[in-house]
Unconditional design. Structure first.
Length: 502
């Protein structure tokens, strides 16, 4: 099971080991420490090893704060006696540990091992006694693969001078299925990260469509891409209005996964695919444009999820819709006060060209609905207001159907992604009534409840169960974080795969 995301990522191979430590062929054995004591696996080591580790812990007052580590030489009986070193790895306090602790530990662990210069190590499955072997090895493997991600595609010289580092990590035998699933999911997350990190002059709507098609064809998904003419002729006037100002033409991307067995239901995934958002004539200030190559993170999450779903083959039909476009300024660009006719027939007065996402999504949602979805999940970097409300770590969840909302929220919880419900408050719909058209795209000068009014706008375009995830905060990280480097996070992939990939 060799996974290579791209040449710039750490390449991690996960393998099943026989008896932990004594019999593994790696030079480094990783042993957890929590609550100031060796883990259960550590306690089970033979006496020699255990003594060596305990005395070193005492001598150096090593308590095992989360992520702290200590490299200890192991007593050797002969030349072929297993690992020469142990890495004591801190898991923190016993109180409040969760599978997220294990996931974060996996990420930190591979970074630590690589920094120490090892290319091969074996690790116990942290907290397997507490959470079960399957769940714990899943979290550890997923964390390791996410933590090993890097982005240096456009650096002509690698600062470490080593190029792509290969790391072979041995995990306990018997966790094969969990590890295989973690590989599929983490690869999908890292694929989404790659798409978000790609610069906008490279990843235009045409290029996004090309990559989506390439991925779909390789994995046996159906794919259909419309060009600007087909988008216009289909009547997607709201979407086309946003796209018309750019020299890079839009592409409407549709992917379909059909299960081999009879499908339980058909779910549509819709992702916001603005490959760059300048704001248009309602221009964003320069600093606000800095992260706007990531305005296609919803699309990236949907494509990542489709990749994983194609591999996992769940018994549910999944259709993905991406209205890819670029929001630019030019003589052909749409302006404030323009009236656009959406695919639904509803007319929309543009009060702000920077509220472009909801215009592209309105037509994508109408189309997804008409194609016969039983329920829709839509992901978008939709509003700065949602970042104000929930910050960088938590996505806003809105729904017109509480049961569907709960199903998505529970999937997110199991997947370890943070989402929190915000109300789709009908009383605020008043703010979107226009004197000129059926709707306006923002409520004008007031900034009150900006995330909610955006969600209400989207909900006007379907009567099907709809979940809208506003991922403007968590889709992009300006600093390195526990599960990976600064840049695209791939947020949403894990939730969608947990929701649909079983
Ligand atoms: N893409 C932005 C939202 C965004 C902001 C994403 C910050 C990530 C970080 C979206 O198109 C936008 O500009 N929304 C406006 C809406 C407003 C004009 C009603 C916003 O949030 O300011
Ligand atoms: Zn915008
Ligand atoms: Zn946008």
């Amino acid at each position: 099971m060799v996974l290579c995301y791209s040449s710039h990522s750490m390449e991690i191979t996960l393998k099943s080991a026989r008896r932990f430590v004594e019999e593994i062929p790696a030079p480094l054995a990783v042993v957890g420490v929590w609550g100031g004591e060796l883990s259960e696996a550590g306690q089970k080591l033979d006496q020699n090893h255990r003594k060596a580790l305990s005395s070193m812990m005492q001598a150096l007052h090593f308590k095992g704060e989360f992520g702290e580590s200590l490299l200890v030489p192991l007593p050797q009986k002969g030349p072929k006696e297993g690992p020469a070193f142990a890495l004591l790895f801190g898991l923190g306090k016993k109180r409040g540990v969760s599978l997220e602790t294990v996931r974060k530990a996996g990420a930190k662990l591979v970074q630590t091992i690589a920094k120490l210069g090892f290319r091969e190590a074996a690790s116990e499955t942290f907290l397997a006694e507490k959470f079960g072997k399957e769940a714990a090895s899943y979290a550890l493997a997923e964390g390791a693969l996410l933590g090993g991600y890097g982005w240096a595609k456009y650096k002509t010289s690698n600062p470490s001078g080593k190029g792509s580092e290969k790391l072979r990590l041995w995990l306990a035998r018997g966790s094969g299925a969990a590890v295989a699933r973690a590989e599929v999911v983490a690869q999908a997350v890292n694929y989404a990260r790659d798409l978000v990190n790609e610069p906008p002059n490279i990843l235009t709507p045409v290029e996004l469509a090309r990559r989506a098609s390439e991925m779909a064809q390789a994995l046996g998904l159906e794919v259909e891409v419309w060009d600007e003419q087909q988008i216009k002729e289909a009547g997607m006037g709201a979407y086309y209005g946003v796209a018309q100002g750019s020299a890079n033409p839009p592409r409407f991307i549709q992917l379909t996964y059909k299960p081999q067995t009879a499908s339980r239901r058909t779910i549509a995934l819709v992702g916001k695919g603005l490959t760059f958002d300048t704001g248009g004539y309602s221009l964003k200030p320069s600093e606000s444009q800095i992260t706007m190559k990531g305005d296609m993170a919803g699309a990236a999450a949907v494509l990542g999820a489709m990749q994983a779903i194609a591999r996992l083959q769940p018994p549910v039909e999944v259709r993905a819709y991406i209205a890819a476009a670029e929001n630019m300024i030019s003589g052909a660009a749409y302006r404030v006060s323009d009236v656009l006719t959406s695919l639904s027939g509803k007319t929309i007065e543009v009060l702000n060209t920077d509220a472009e996402g909801r215009l592209t999504l309105a037509d994508a949602i109408t189309y997804a609905d008409r194609q016969g979805a039983d329920a829709i999940v839509e992901l978008s970097t939709l509003t700065g207001a949602c970042v104000v409300a929930l910050g960088e770590k938590v996505a806003g969840l809105f729904t017109n159907e509480p049961r569907w909302g709960r199903e998505v929220q529970e999937a997110a919880e199991r997947a370890g992604e943070k989402v929190w419900p915000l109300p789709l408050e009908e009383e605020y719909l008043e703010a979107l009534k226009s004197n000129t058209a059926d709707l306006k795209n923002t409520h004008g000068r007031s900034r009150a409840a900006g995330a909610i009014t955006a969600a209400l706008f989207l909900a006007e375009f379907t009567d099907k169960p709809l979940v809208h995830l506003d991922i403007a905060g968590p889709a992009y990280s300006e600093k390195n974080h526990d599960l990976g480097p600064a840049g695209g996070t791939g947020f949403g992939v894990r939730t969608l795969v947990e929701l649909l990939g079983h």
